[in-house]
Each structure stands twice: as C-alpha cells, then as structure tokens.
Write a protein that binds this ligand. Structure first.
Ligand SMILES: Cc1ncc(COP(=O)(O)O)c(C=O)c1O
Length: 427
C-alpha cells in the first residue's frame, strides 16, 4: 500500500468529472493549519507556497475566520451600485499603504481581473490601443492580461496592439556579456520601443519582481528609465504587484524599494488571506478623469467581504509588525536555501526579497532539467514539503505564509537537504 493510497483512488475516480486545467499532484488535501497542510491519507506537508501564495497568515487562521464569520452574518455582498460598510475604510487603507501617491481603489476578485480593468482604464484614459510589457511577465490569463503574459505566447488570437521587450533579468539570459551591458541593452530596446510606438502605447505593465517568469527583480535603473519614458510619452505605468506586493518583499509594495511612483498598481493574492479579492489602485489625477465616464461592472466588485478581508490583512500586518518580520524571516529562509544550494552544482542562483525566495536548477549543467525538477519536487513532497516550480521546472519559488516560524524554516532546510541528497550528487 502506498502512503498516498486514498489520494490516488480519489484522484482516479474524481477526474472523471473534474476538468484537468493543469496537471495535478497526487496528494488530495483535506486540512490546513498554519504553515502545514495534511492530505486525505494523513500525511503532513510544510506548505512553502502558502496555497497559491495567498494564505498570508497561514491556513485556518482563527482571528481571520472569526472576523470574516462575523462579517458574513452581517452583509458580505451587495448589488454593484450599492456600497456597503467597510469599503471606504478599505480604500483609505489602500491609499495609506501606497503612501497616498496612488490612492483610489476599485476592489475586484482576481489578479487577472484587476489587470484587465487597469488596461481597460489606461486605454480609455489615453485614447490609445497599444499595451506593452516585458516578455517574461505574467499578468493573468484573461484576454488583455493574457496578451501581455509571456509576450502573448498562449493567447489565441493575441489582442491587437500588444508589444513586448526583452526582460532585464540577467541571471536567465543566454547572452555572454556582463550584467551592466545586458541591462543597458535592455534599456536601449525599451527606449527604441517608445521611440517607435510610444505615442500608440496606452500603458506599460510590469511586475517589479518577476514571479512566474523566473523570480527576479527588475533592476532599479530599468524601472526608473521606464518611468521616464512613460512620462515623456503620456503612457500609463501599471505595476503588477499581484504576487510581490502586500508586504511579501518586506515593503508594502516592491516598487517602494526603488522610489518610483506608478500610475496604477494591481494587487491580489496576499491581500485577502486566501479569499478571492484583488485591487486596482490608481493615481488620483487619473481616477478623477475616468470616474463616471467609463463604467466598470462585475458581480463581486467592492463587496463588503473584500473590504473585511483587506482591512483585516492590512491591520494584522501592521499590528504584528510583519513587514520587518518578513525581512528577518526572509533572510533566514534565504540563508537556508543558499546553504543547501551550495551542496550541489546542480542548483544555482539562490535569491530572495523578504519572503519571496527562489533558486534555479542549473540548466547549463543539467539538460534534462524538466525531469530533474520533477524528481526534486517529488522528493520534497515525499519528505514533507510542497514547493512549486516555474520556467518549465527550472526555477523553484519558495513563498510561505508570513507566519512561518523559525523552527519551520529549520525544518524546511532539513527536508530540502535530504531531498537534494537523494537527487543530486554532492560537490
Ligand atoms: C504577477 C501576477 N499577476 C497576475 C496574476 C493573475 O492572478 P489570478 O490568477 O488571481 O488571476 C498572477 C498570478 O499568479 C501573478 O503572479
């Protein structure tokens, strides 16, 4: 009998009716508490991805459940034209954590939806159709967001007027130049884009820290040049903070590390501790030009449930001092990851910003990286950790809940080390 016997039987029978949108791993989860989840066979795993990076305070966080239950017994949804309690406070808090530079918020449900709305308003505001992004950006899989995701690789057909430029992420570039030259070349390409089609561009959308595209920070000088170009051409700068925002990096928003001010910020995931809430926050000057002129409707817009989640999450991060906590625990997690990566040549580039950490399978040494990545994920799972990989398995992302304990970081290090020893030969 396998330790996943029950899960396997459930999967086999259950997939008859469930659509397979993505490959599913074996364990079927039935319970979560803090940083851990358990499957239907009773096995325990450290959830190093906090669900899909959404469980800000971990699973079954009692104070959140109590607050949300209380809200559910009062009002949690209203008609789109009728606002309900809490939504004004939530939007004011969104302005506060954006230091009042970007200050009017519309609450929606998913990251894709927030980006779709941002692009829609940028087009209306500028009267232009063009949308630009970097070619390793991930912005969601709805029509416009998908056309800017990975340069529209999976969008059929791609929305007209989408442009992309090379992503200024040196660690994954195949170009044999040094980093300074590489970033300068990316900036040249960016300027060329604006020189040639800048007056057609409604917006440029970019993640300050690229997530799905490879867990890498966009260099400050690139972001500053992008801000300058957007100003010069009247293009709206949308920073997609759906993954890196809301305190994950140790700042409320990753853009605050570089001192640039966006025109729009989109948020999702950590902002609602696992419930489907997203936000589009924009500069007041833009908001006041589009408000009342272009209506935006969706069923779960500005719900009081969303407000209750956002108010709770922001206050809890403040009260528990989790921004500095994420920096401190992020440093411990990165040390642990770096130490284990250092044990084999097969793993490289440990990196992190707060609790947004990653490392690579070195594809210059391991050509069958897809297979090796699968083996490492399997080993981690068997030893007790859930970790996801992106870039066809080449990059692992380690993004636990903000409440992971130091003891759990040590536990992760031990089982990561065990897994690496099973898969790779040591240095
Ligand atoms: C940076 C970024 N933007 C947008 C999205 C899309 O969010 P959702 O899956 O909630 O639509 C994601 C999801 O991973 C993301 O990482």
């Amino acid at each position: 009998m396998s330790h996943l016997d029950r899960s396997k039987r459930m999967m086999e029978a259950g997939m008859e009716y469930l659509f397979g949108a993505t490959p599913y791993i074996d364990p079927i989860l039935s319970y979560g508490k803090g940083s851990c989840v358990w499957d239907v066979d009773g096995n325990r795993y450290l959830d190093m991805n906090a669900g899909q990076f959404c469980m800000t305070f971990g699973h079954s966080y009692k104070p959140f459940i109590d607050r949300i239950t209380e809200q559910m017994t009062e009002i949690y949804h209203s008609n789109t034209s009728a606002l309900s309690d809490g939504i004004f406070e939530a939007s004011k808090l969104m302005a506060e954590i954006n230091q009042y530079n970007v200050s009017k918020t519309l609450f929606l449900s998913t990251g894709s939806e927030a980006n779709e709305a941002a692009i829609r308003y940028a087009k209306f505001y500028t009267g232009r159709n063009g949308v630009a992004s970097v070619d390793k950006g991930y912005h969601g899989l709805t029509l416009a967001s998908q056309s800017s995701t990975m340069a529209g690789k999976w969008s059929l057909p791609k929305v007209d007027g989408t442009f992309s430029v090379k992503t200024p992420v040196y660690i994954h570039s195949e170009e044999k130049v040094d980093e300074e030259i590489f970033v300068s070349d990316c900036i040249k390409e960016l300027k060329h884009l604006f020189n040639t089609v800048g007056d057609q561009l409604s917006c440029f959308i970019i993640e300050p820290i690229i997530g799905v595209g490879g867990m890498a920070k966009i260099p400050a000088r690139y972001l500053k040049e992008l801000r300058k170009q957007c100003d010069e051409y009247g293009t709206v700068l949308i920073l997609d903070e759906c993954q890196c925002g809301f305190g994950r990096s140790g700042e409320w928003f990753a853009y605050q590390m570089d001192g640039i001010i966006p025109d729009m910020v989109t948020t999702a995931k950590a902002m609602a501790n696992g419930l489907p809430v997203s936000g589009l926050t924009m500069r007041k000057e833009i908001a006041e030009r589009v408000e009342g002129r272009l209506t935006h409707f969706s069923s779960h817009q500005n719900d009081s449930l969303a407000a209750a989640c956002v108010i709770f999450v922001i206050n809890e991060i403040k009260n528990r001092n989790l921004l500095s906590g994420n920096k401190k625990k992020g440093a411990l997690l990165l040390d642990a990851i770096s130490e284990v990566c250092g044990m084999t040549e097969g793993l490289s580039n440990p990196r992190g910003w707060g609790l947004m950490c990653g490392f690579d399978i070195d594809d210059t040494l391991i050509s069958d990286y897809r297979q090796v990545s699968g083996q490492l994920r399997e080993a981690l799972l068997k030893n007790g950790a859930l970790v996801q990989a992106v870039r066809q398995g080449r990059t692992f992302r380690v993004m636990p809940s903000y409440c992971i304990t130091e003891a759990e970081i040590v536990e992760f290090k031990e089982l990561f080390e065990r897994s690496v020893k099973e898969i790779f030969s040591s240095k």
